[in-house]
Structure formats: structure tokens, C-alpha cells
Design a protein around this ligand. Sequence first.
Ligand SMILES: NC(=O)c1ccc[n+]([C@@H]2O[C@H](COP(=O)([O-])OP(=O)(O)OC[C@H]3O[C@@H](n4cnc5c(N)ncnc54)[C@H](O)[C@@H]3O)[C@@H](O)[C@H]2O)c1
Length: 368
Amino acid sequence: MSETVTRREALKLGAAAGVLAGAARRAAAATGPKPIRFGFIGVGGRGTGLLQQALAHEGVEVTAICDINEAHLNRGIDLVRKARGNEPAGHSAGPTDYRRLLTRDDVDAVLIATPMQLHGRMAADSLRAGKHVLSEVAAAVTVDECLDLVRAQKESGRTYMLAENVCYYRANLIVLNMIEQGLFGELTYAECGYVHDCRSLLFNGDGSLTWRGELARQESGNWYPTHSLGPVAQWLGINRGDRLVSLVSRSSPAVGVKDYATKRFGADHPTTKLPWRGDSNTSLLSTERGRVIELRFDTSSARPHPTTTYFTLQGATASYHDREAVPSIWVDGKSKEVAWQSINDYAAEYEHPLWKRWAEEASKTGHG
Ligand SMILES: NC(=O)c1ccc[n+]([C@@H]2O[C@H](COP(=O)([O-])OP(=O)(O)OC[C@H]3O[C@@H](n4cnc5c(N)ncnc54)[C@H](O)[C@@H]3O)[C@@H](O)[C@H]2O)c1
């Protein structure tokens, strides 16, 4: 494992392995030292990646898989068979067949990686069926679903974890450790964003919309906030001493998706004529303690990859940002000059314990 943090590494080594390990550890605490028996619900792009990571983790067994797409389901079953030799049960009989998986007594926990619009319902059902839940982002898409999810967790007493991998990026963990050790003093302000041209993911080959396309068409605003807000919420102790209380939000005109669809499907294709929502959204959030967060979201504008998340953090005695090739920090009284310094200068002293424990495993997982 490299001793230095580059922006590329900070992005690449986001620890989905850490997320799985975190879930394994929490559920192990609840179920004892035996491996956790996972049921996977949704094994498309992300679910398959997480399945491969789970299979590389000795604390996890995969006993059942559900996907309405039979080709995806069979690919998942095949991966388990090849990696472990067991044949997980397969469920693919329609959009609510996951409930049959939830009746199985050889499933302790589920990993939900279906389209975002389904997470809230599936997670609440899973908790009420007595399963621990590791859910892909976002947790839910309506306030009612969020409230029901909280109720289901409280009623069931089962563990719910949102698989927000960006919280486990190395630089974000170093900053968290520095905050916990008092280097930043009182925190006042943060900026964060998820800015990533995802227009190709909005469409199927025939121009019909994927689940992401449906969200982009229906919702103006920030419908994918957790990759950016997750680490900031950890840094500011949201729901652990502070909480979000209000926001204002504005979206720009929508031109990026229309331009993309015109080039790919032609100006006369029905999908090109859809009333797309704003491309670029900025929200200003306030916390109960008066801190301010600027949160940006744009997956609809033309830009080169890779640009995904970015962060800025201001405290009374330190300042951090990761807009350069190497994330930069300045600590009043500790930095030798009044100038940005590489976070690498602090890595040895402030490496987070989670990174020390899981970095090697995380480095084998590819996409965080
Ligand atoms: N954390 C990350 O870095 C990251 C990266 C990519 C995607 N994601 C999240 O992962 C989730 C999945 O994204 P994806 O890109 O894999 O999408 P995808 O469309 O590739 O996969 C979704 C899968 O769910 C299946 N599915 C749909 N409805 C179902 C149902 N009712 N029951 C069972 N299966 C069903 C689909 O057939 C498909 O295989 C999304 O919530 C997305 O936000 C997270």
C-alpha cells in the first residue's frame, strides 16, 4: 500500500471493501463470530461489483440472489459457484420476488443494489423481515420512505448501514481523524460536490430511459447527494451533535442532456424532446449550530472524466481542500509556512485506524 495520497488514489481506493467489512463487523457483533450469510438484491453493474468484493471476504457467505433480469441473476449465481462452490438460491419472479428471499432463514443480511427508487421500500421490508441491511445509495427518495425506514429499523432492532463508500476514501478518513484529534478546532464551513458526466447512463440503446434517466427527467435538484454530503456529514458530526435544519437550492437551465440525446438519437427522437430538468444544482444547507455547507450536483453537463467528488473544509485552526492533484491542507501553528501543504505530510501521523486495518483489502476492490 502506497505511503502517499494522490487525488487519483483517493478516488480509486474508496473502500467498498471497508463498507462490507463495516457491515460484516456490525452484523457479526449481532450474530456472533460465524460468517454473515448475505442475500443480494439487484446484481446489475454495482451489485455485481459488490458481489465480487463480498466473495473475496472470508467473513461473508452468499446464500441467495434476487434480480428481475435473469441474465444478471445467472451471472451472479455463476460468480458464487466459481468462487465458493455453493449454489445460491435464485429469485427472479417479478419485482416483488425479493420478499420471497426475505423469508429465507439462511439469509442474515441483505445487500440492496437495485435502482435507487426501490431502496427505501426494500430496506424497510428487509428490516421488518428480521434481516440486517447494507443498502446502496441513496437510502430512499421520498421523506415518507425515510421516516418509514427509521421506524422499521427501530421496530426491528436490526442493523441498517448505507453503503456510502466515499466516507472511506483515504484522504477523507485522514481529515476525519485530524478533526477528532482537534487539529481543525471548531468547524464552520464545507463545500462538496458530485460532478460527473453520467449522460450515457441515462439511456438504454434504443433511447428509452434507464432508472437514472427517469430520475433526471422527473427531478430538478440534487437527486444523488450522498457521495458528496456523506463525508461532510461525518466531519461535522451531523446527527452526532449537530443536524441539518434548512436549505435553499437552485438549478441551472437544462441543455446538457438534450445536446447529448440529439447527437446520439437524433433531434426527432421522442427521448430528445423530453422536458429535461436543470443540469447543475447548487444547494446551501444550514446546520443547527449555524454551520454552512455548499453542496453541488451535476451529472448532466459535458466534461471530461474523471471528475466526481470534491471537498473543502474550514475550521478555526485548519483548512482543507482536494481540488489539486494532491489533497491540500494548512494547519495553523503546525504547518511550517502559511501555504498549502500536501496531506501526505500528515498521513503517517493521522492515518485513520480503519484505513490501517483495511487498506490492503480495499486496494484489491477496484471501484470504491
Ligand atoms: N456507491 C457507488 O459508488 C455506486 C456506484 C454505482 C451505482 N451505485 C448505486 O447502486 C445502485 C444500482 O446501480 P447500478 O448502476 O448497478 O444499476 P443497474 O441498473 O446496473 O442495476 C440494477 C439491478 O437491479 C435489478 N432490479 C431492478 N428492479 C428489481 C427488483 N424489483 N428486484 C430485484 N432486482 C431488480 C436490475 O435488473 C439490475 O440488474 C443504485 O442505487 C446506484 O445509485 C452506487
